[in-house]
Design a protein around this ligand. Sequence first.
Ligand SMILES: [Ca+2]
Length: 365
Amino acid sequence: MSHGSKQFSSKKRSETTQRLTVFRMNKNLTILIICALLELSYGYEVDFLNCAAEKELGDTCGKYCYRIVKPLLQHLSKVSAKNEDVESLVNKIDEQATIIKNMQLENARLESQNQLLASCKSKLAAKDELVEYKKADIKQLELDIIDCRSRAGVETSKLEEQLKIQSNSLDAKGLSCSRNSSDVQEADFSCVSSLGGPGWTVVQRRMNGKVDFNRNWNEYVQGFGQIQDEFFLGLEKLHLLTSSQPHELFIFMRNIANESTYAYYDYFLIADETESYKIKSLGTYTGSAGNMLSHHVGAKFSTIDRDNDNADQLHCASEWLSGWWFDKCYHCNLNGVYPDGLKWLKGNNEHQISFAQVMIKPKKK
Ligand SMILES: [Ca+2]
């Protein structure tokens, strides 16, 4: 309902109420006037207080006034009844107005709630939009991660390929050290293996079991094997090289699982024959294979025909079918029978060694 119509309705109701009040006053006044005329004209005594009671007035008037007054009184009675109906309607209108007012208040409350709901919906829509943005961001990040992983995989593959090529190249260089002669005793031992980096000289290699390493004393002193294959440089040469100037020692190994390990010592020195070519020094260890050779520092070299080991009841070289710097007997032995006899006892569950290469290099001053 509009503001104007509400004003109009209220005004109309007020006017109706006023008219009813005026009518009641006029009705009473009319009755009083009629009663006064009757008394003055015909000498009837009229009870003014009860004159308003139409029935009693009609009875009181008798035959003289009955025909004149009765219709008026009946009309007044009807009008009075109508007035009561109107009054009842006005009351109903008031009740309806109250109901309407309450409904308007309820409407206002609902409208307020609707506005609040609309506001919430708007905020929710904004949040939904934000969530969509975030989802897009997450999707982009996922794509970035996939891209990074892909790139990393490609780079790793490239590096692995390069390492493989370099490794093959280094192996080829190591095996090409023979130069003019394939025999250890005639070869130029200044040839370089770059497997451990530039300047390294290979002094022992195991790779296929083609060469027998269960040799006598003189053979170990002189050296044996094929320099492009399996060989041992010789104890005398080791002594001469390492005693001429400080040398580093680098031992590279690979197992049947194709896992590589190494042991590096920064000061390797072999004594002369009077001390049975014992290991006089190793220096400081670094590496991944474990510091096993350190257990053999001070140990003399033993062969099947020379028991220089520290095992009183045992001839280690005969027991393990190889020459080595046995103690009681070993923590490592790279001259044992290929492949089971090649040992580097770091742990109990190591894979079998399938490749070993021992190198030395003059120590930088
Ligand atoms: Ca012994």
